[in-house]
Design a protein around this ligand. Structure first.
Ligand code: FMN
Length: 384
């Protein structure tokens, strides 16, 4: 057994342990995957300034995101079907995040329901909302998140139509997997996953099945979701959601200064500079390159977060240096979950934390709050 020292090790282990259709679902981007690749690659040319003979201890990565204390500026991103990477995945990831002191964000398209996660992993996690045509359902979701004590609402604005991922179509992605010959052959090679999945009742979209009239099995569910994402979503809806929710509101999927300014006007508490991990508009700019332009446009008027492409604590430090108060990790925690369940998510968080605080030391910082653009080498980072 190899010693796990980086997120890439977790990815390799997840690839061995998770059924192909769910591994591919996590590890892929839209169309040519050019944005998916750019998200990671564009962190690489950014260079750090090494400092020596300056105090290195004690070090603190503690900060806040939308006013909430966090052990480091990293939250777990909302990811659909997380309970298919590993049985009870959302509950396990939420527990790991809570123990570590970082926010877990539950997706609308989760397997474990809002209530289930609150009961088994504790209240206070964040909830991510997709706006559906059925606004009564949306209103009920908001109310359910409120009742479950969710600490913030993350409203995703960049998925009103679905980006196309070739592998998902070719694999016939569904939850639970259909018993086709190809699936059964692949499942036979993943005994640990199958064993855990057989022992849990959580195998469908928990927030939806049983909460929408007429949606009680796989085929009615897939018909419902396909026609429910609402392409008419607009800023008036954002206002309605803000009023109904009444708590901290984070708008996710902002890549353009024009949209960032509208987000400020909407009165939201934070925005997430994100291209959905390269899963929506292939050809979009990487999120780390878009970040400085957004900071230039609205920095100081709204809290700015970012995600897409973060695979290490160094990436977190670079994003923070370029003006993101907080970051989110999607695949980095999903690989951990698929590889080793709750312990794997903890491992992913430990790896990123260690990389972050060591990099702080090497760049002459003991407190994450003092990290700014000066840790980066001039000319190597994107600017507005
Ligand atoms: C498998 C998977 C499922 C996702 N599902 C959702 C979702 O349900 N809601 C959402 O807002 N974002 C979703 N995202 C996007 C993530 O929240 C986040 O923006 C992205 O993963 C960040 O990129 P990274 O994976 O490179 O860290 C998903 C991402 C992945 C990888």
């Amino acid at each position: 057994m190899t010693v796990i020292t980086c997120i890439e090790d977790l990815r390799r282990l997840a690839q061995r342990r998770v059924p192909r259709m769910f591994y591919d679902y996590a590890d892929s981007g839209a169309w040519t995957e050019s944005t998916y690749r750019a998200n990671e690659q564009d962190f690489q040319p950014i260079r750090l300034r090494q400092r020596v003979a300056v105090p290195m201890e004690p070090r603190s990565t503690r900060t806040t995101m939308v006013g909430q204390p966090v052990a480091m500026p990293v939250a777990l991103a909302p990811t659909g079907l997380t309970g298919m990477q590993h049985a009870d995945g959302e509950i396990l990831a939420a527990r790991a995040a809570r123990a570590f002191g970082v926010p877990f964000t539950l997706s609308t398209m989760s397997i474990c329901s809002i209530e289930d996660v609150a009961e088994h992993a504790g209240r206070g996690f964040w909830f991510q909302l997709y706006v559906m045509r059925d606004r009564d359902f949306v209103a009920r979701l908001i109310d359910r998140a409120k009742a479950a004590g969710c600490g913030a609402l993350v409203l995703t604005l960049d998925l009103q139509i679905l980006g196309q991922r070739h592998k998902d179509l070719k694999n016939g992605l569904s939850a639970p997997p259909k018993p086709t010959l190809a699936n059964l052959i692949n499942l036979a090679t993943k005994p640990r996953w199958c064993w855990n999945m057989l022992r849990t009742p959580r195998r469908q979209f928990g927030n939806i099945v049983g909460h929408v009239k007429g949606v009680d099995d796989m085929s009615s569910l897939s018909a419902w979701t396909q026609q429910q994402f609402d392409p008419t979503l607009n800023w008036r809806d954002v206002e309605w959601i803000k009023n109904r929710w009444g708590g901290k509101l984070i708008l996710k999927g902002i890549m353009d200064p024009i949209d960032a300014r509208l987000a400020v006007q909407s009165g939201a508490d934070a925005i997430v500079v994100s291209n959905h991990g390269g899963r929506q508009l292939d050809g979009a700019e990487s999120a780390i390159r878009a970040l400085p332009r957004i900071v230039d446009a609205v920095g100081g008027q709204i809290e700015i977060h970012m995600d897409s492409g973060i695979r290490s604590g160094q990436d977190v430090l670079k994003a923070r240096a370029l003006g993101a108060r907080g970051t989110y990790i999607g695949r980095a925690f999903l690989y951990g979950l698929g590889a080793m369940g709750e312990a794997g998510v903890t491992k992913a968080l430990q790896i990123i934390h260690r990389e972050l605080e060591l990099t702080m030391a090497f760049t002459g910082h003991t407190d994450i709050e003092t990290v700014d653009r000066s840790v980066l080498v001039e000319g190597t980072y994107p600017t507005a």
